[in-house]
Design a protein around this ligand. Sequence first.
Ligand code: FAD
Length: 461
Amino acid sequence: MLLEELEKIVGPRAIKTTADAVHPHVTEWRGQVEGKAAAVVQPASTAEVVAVMRHCLAHSVGVVPQGGNTGLCAGGIPDESGTQIVLSLTRLNRIRAIDADDFSLVAEAGCVLSDIQDSAQRAGRLFPLSLGAEGTCQIGGNLATNAGGINVLRYGTARSQVLGLEVVLADGTLWSDLRTLRKNTAGYDLKQLFVGSEGTLGIITAASLKLYPRPAAAQTAFVAIDDAKDAVPLLANLRGALDDQVQAFELISEVAFDFVLRHVDGARSPFDSRSPWYVLIETTAATTDALEASLMEALRTGLARDATIAKSGAEAAELWRLRHSISEAEKHEAPILKHDISVPVGRMAEFLDRSRAELRANWPEATLVAFGHVGDGNLHYNVALPKTWDDAQRTAEGARITQSVYALTGTCGGSFSAEHGVGRTKRDLLRTLGDPTGLDMMRAVKSALDPRGILNPGKVI
Ligand SMILES: Cc1cc2nc3c(=O)[nH]c(=O)nc-3n(C[C@H](O)[C@H](O)[C@H](O)COP(=O)(O)OP(=O)(O)OC[C@H]3O[C@@H](n4cnc5c(N)ncnc54)[C@H](O)[C@@H]3O)c2cc1C
């Protein structure tokens, strides 16, 4: 009955019910979580989203919003009941407006991130949000997860890029404020409630976004370092020397780098010898002079052991390909235990020292595969488990490793979820590690906006 009503709203070609058609929408990116859905519904307009939500509420059917399905916490995957609807935003993919003088762009939720970057570029502007999944993830998903990525150091997370939102609430009410205001203190900043709410408070259908001047130049360097801890003072020195023009600063462990060299076509190291850690740096300084001088100083003082600066855009792109391919390369190297943690940058060295000591002492056969946005204090602190462990060992020891990583993250004043969200896979962690008063406030917001609990049930809280 509901499906017939939904078909009337979106048309027969925009509702999928066969197992083959539904499968990609109920399977998480790495294939580690799989749910079931009564249907995948793909509205083509905000009005259709409104109508879909009204009907789902009337039938008390859970709705799981989904963008590019690249999320890493299964937030866009329905549960196993087969009763929920996946609401795919893919067909809401128009850039509604772009205003170079206003430094703003209005995009529908289903616009792929790289398409937004390209539109900004054609208008002579920069949309700075950038991450490995940018060719597939959608701006609605980026905002719903408050995505981070490689340029947070300079421009902030997705939250910092949003000027306004259009949102369909659980009962089908449309809230639209796509004004491109930089300042507005008239009441609560409601748009920010939806950013990072992972589809549990409303369906984002469009967003007005900030654009920036395109940097006149970009310099990219790849640096070999002896120890991850050296990355922190190296970054501090560079920020000072380059008048804070460091746009990205990405740490890569030797093991993660090896995965890329092994599994990614044409990938090769810029250095002849190996190093335990590497850093990929991008600056927007007009020339390489300051970067070169700073790296020479780092080599002299031992903070760096080798360094290369890309001589062309193609060389820079090749260095970035090495970084962006890590998650993909990891897929070939099972089993990997993933942690997306953050600590204050000033405590990164302490966290690394203590966590590595614990790993060495208790699980000497396990290997650290860390990489991440170290300038933001964000590490993908992944651990490769020995292939000799059986399933029971992996589950039991894996849980102990994870517990020790999160305990230490907490001790160092950090978070168990830096940029991937909570979704389904980290919901229990939020319950156990979250601040009780904060959790009560989250529950109050959830029940005010979605009293019947139909929006992304079982996610976040
Ligand atoms: C190779 C790779 C690299 C990655 N690198 C990074 C990185 O550097 N930084 C980072 O932050 N993340 C990264 N991610 C994770 C992921 O790409 C981001 O979380 C991304 O923002 C998700 O966008 P999506 O469109 O795929 O959302 P989905 O996976 O479809 O959904 C994610 C969550 O948002 C909700 N949602 C989706 N669309 C909407 C909407 N329109 N309205 C309301 N809720 C919605 C879903 O219900 C779900 O809870 C990476 C992932 C991969 C596969």
